[in-house]
Design a protein around this ligand. Structure first.
Ligand SMILES: [Zn+2]
Length: 475
C-alpha cells in the first residue's frame, strides 16, 4: 500500500505535462502512473484542477546573515526558523544559503558552523554554497577538492566589493588571480563557480565620484552598479572560465548585457548559466522613487524596461536558467532605514512569493510553458547545483517534494498572504494562480492555508553535479 497518492492533477514531469497520478512511499516518489491505476494509498490528495510540480529550489538566500550595510550595528537577517516557514507556504522545499570562508577560517569550519545553525531550525531542506572572500591564503584553495567530495560543489565569489568604501566593511571581493585558481580547482574536481560579477573599478569609482559631487540619493544606484559594469565583469569572468574549463553560475543577472554575454557563451556550448531574480523581472529603477522603493532593492541594482525584456526572453526561451530571490529577510523598518547610496539595505524578501510570482507573471501573463516553469523554478537549479534528480523532478526515485498550484486563484496579494517579517514587497501585486499544497519528502507541510510542517523537517542535502552540466550548456 502507498502512503500517499496525488490524483487527478496535471503533472509536470521531465518528459512533459499530462494527467498522471503520483504514488509516494515514505519520502520518495515510487510511481507516476496513468490515472486510476495506482495501488491503494493511506491518504489521497485530490489534485483535480491543480497543476502538480516539483517543490521549488531556491538557489540564493542569506538567512541569519550579518547586515553589513550597517556595519556599526549588530543586526542579522531572520534565520531559517523564520524564513523557511514562508518558503514552504510558497511552494519552495529546498534552499541554498552560504557559508563564508574568510582569511583565518577553513572551508570545513565554515560548513560545520552553518550546518549547526540550520540543524533543527528549517522547515525546508537546505545546502550551502561555499563563499570565498578576501585575501585568502593560497593553500586554502586546496580544500576545495574535499568540500566537493563531501557534497558542497558550488563556490561563490564576488568580483567586486559591492558596497561603498564608507563606512568601512570587511572585503567581499576575490581578486581575479584567486578566482582563476578557484576555477582551476573546480574544473578539475567537479565543482561550479557561483559568481557575483560586477566591475570593481567602475563601481568603486562611481561611489567616489558621487561622494565628490555630494550626490547621495539611493535612486542613483543604477548609475553606480551600471549595465556596463555587468557587461565587463560577465565577459571577463567568461573569458577566465573558458581558459580554465570551469562552469559558471552567474547570480542575479540584472541587465541585457549580462543576458547577452551568457547567451554568446552558451551558443559556443560553454557550461555558463544565469540566474535572475523575480524582483528584477518585475520592478525597475523607477520604483526606487516610490515611497517604499528601496524595499525592491538588491545589489547590483534594479535596471530598466529593456533589461526586463531581455530577462523575460531568457526565462521564457533560453539563456536565463533559474529564478532566485537573493533572500535577505529583515523588518520593513530596517529595510528602509538607509535611503542613500552609502547606507541603503540590499537583499530581498520574496522567497515565499517566488513560485507564485513566476507562475503568474510567466505562465499566466507571458505564456511560459509548464515545462519551462519547472525548469526555472526547480529543475535547472537542481541540475546546475547538483541536487538532480533527487530534487526538481517528479520521477520515481526522487524525493517526494511536490507542490500543487491552483491556477484559478485570482487575488491582490496582502500582508496576510505572507508568513515572514512584517511586510512583503509583493503587497498590492495582482496574481493569477498560487501554490496551495506543499509536500516535503512525503510529508504534507502546507495545505488549506495551514502549516503542518516543523523546523525539524528540513534536512541538509549533499550534492553532486552531473559532469555533463559542467562540460557543456545543459540547463
Ligand atoms: Zn546574494
Amino acid at each position: 500500500m502507498l502512503d500517499l497518492a496525488i490524483t487527478g492533477g496535471q503533472v509536470v514531469t521531465p518528459q512533459g505535462a499530462g494527467h498522471w497520478d503520483i504514488g509516494i512511499q515514505g519520502e520518495r516518489i515510487v510511481s507516476v502512473a496513468l490515472p486510476g491505476t495506482l495501488e491503494k494509498a493511506g491518504r489521497t490528495i485530490d489534485a483535480r484542477g491543480k497543476v502538480v510540480v516539483p517543490g521549488g529550489v531556491e538557489p540564493h538566500t542569506h538567512l541569519a546573515h550579518f547586515i553589513s550595510m550597517h556595519p556599526d550595528e549588530d543586526n542579522h537577517t531572520l534565520g531559517p526558523e523564520d524564513d523557511t516557514r514562508g518558503m514552504v507556504f510558497g511552494g519552495t522545499t529546498t534552499h541554498v544559503d552560504f557559508c563564508f570562508v574568510r582569511p583565518g577560517t577553513s572551508v570545513q569550519q565554515a560548513i560545520e558552523q552553518r550546518a549547526a545553525r540550520w540543524k533543527g531550525n528549517s522547515y525546508a531542506d537546505y545546502s550551502f554554497h561555499v563563499a570565498l572572500q578576501g585575501q585568502l591564503a593560497i593553500p586554502v584553495f586546496d580544500q576545495l577538492q574535499d568540500a566537493i567530495a563531501e557534497g558542497f560543489p558550488s563556490f561563490k565569489v564576488f568580483t567586486v566589493n559591492v558596497l561603498p568604501p564608507h563606512p568601512r566593511r570587511h572585503p567581499y571581493r576575490l581578486d581575479f588571480g584567486r578566482i582563476k585558481l578557484a576555477m582551476e580547482k573546480v574544473a578539475q574536481h567537479g565543482g561550479i563557480m557561483v559568481v557575483h560579477a560586477e566591475d570593481e573599478d567602475l563601481v568603486q569609482f562611481n561611489y567616489e565620484k558621487f561622494r565628490e559631487e555630494k550626490r547621495s540619493e539611493g535612486w542613483l544606484l543604477p548609475e553606480v552598479h551600471t549595465k556596463l559594469s555587468e557587461k565587463l565583469a560577465f565577459r571577463r569572468t567568461i573569458t577566465l572560465a573558458e581558459a580554465t574549463g570551469a562552469g559558471v553560475y552567474f547570480v542575479h543577472t540584472s541587465a541585457r548585457e549580462g543576458v547577452e554575454a551568457v547567451g554568446e557563451a552558451r551558443a559556443k556550448g560553454l557550461p555558463i548559466y544565469a540566474e535572475t531574480l523575480h524582483h528584477y523581472a518585475c520592478f525597475t529603477a523607477d520604483d526606487y522613487r516610490t515611497p517604499r522603493g528601496f524595499c525592491y532593492h538588491t545589489y547590483p541594482s534594479l535596471k530598466f524596461a529593456d533589461d526586463q525584456a531581455a530577462l523575460w526572453e531568457g526565462l521564457l526561451r533560453d539563456g536565463v536558467s533559474t529564478t532566485a530571490t537573493d533572500e535577505f529577510p529583515t523588518s520593513l523598518e530596517l529595510k528602509l532605514r538607509g535611503q542613500d547610496l552609502e547606507n541603503v539595505t540590499g537583499g530581498n524578501l520574496g522567497a515565499e512569493a517566488r513560485m507564485g510570482i513566476v507562475w503568474s507573471e510567466g505562465v499566466q501573463k507571458r505564456g511560459m510553458s509548464l515545462e519551462r516553469f519547472v525548469c526555472v523554478t526547480s529543475a535547472n537549479a537542481a541540475k546546475i547545483l547538483g541536487f538532480w534528480p533527487k530534487k526538481g523532478a517528479l520521477v520515481p526515485g526522487a524525493d517526494a517534494d511536490v507542490v500543487l498550484i491552483d491556477p484559478s486563484i485570482r487575488k491582490t496579494l496582502q500582508k496576510s498572504d505572507f508568513h515572514v517579517s512584517d511586510y512583503s514587497p509583493w503587497e498590492g501585486w495582482n496574481v493569477q494562480g498560487w501554490p496551495v499544497t506543499t509536500i516535503l519528502r512525503g510529508k504534507v507541510v502546507v495545505a488549506d492555508g495551514k502549516l503542518f510542517g516543523s523546523t525539524s523537517d528540513g534536512r541538509l542535502v549533499t550534492r553532486k553535479i552531473d559532469p555533463v552540466v559542467l562540460r557543456r550548456t545543459s540547463a
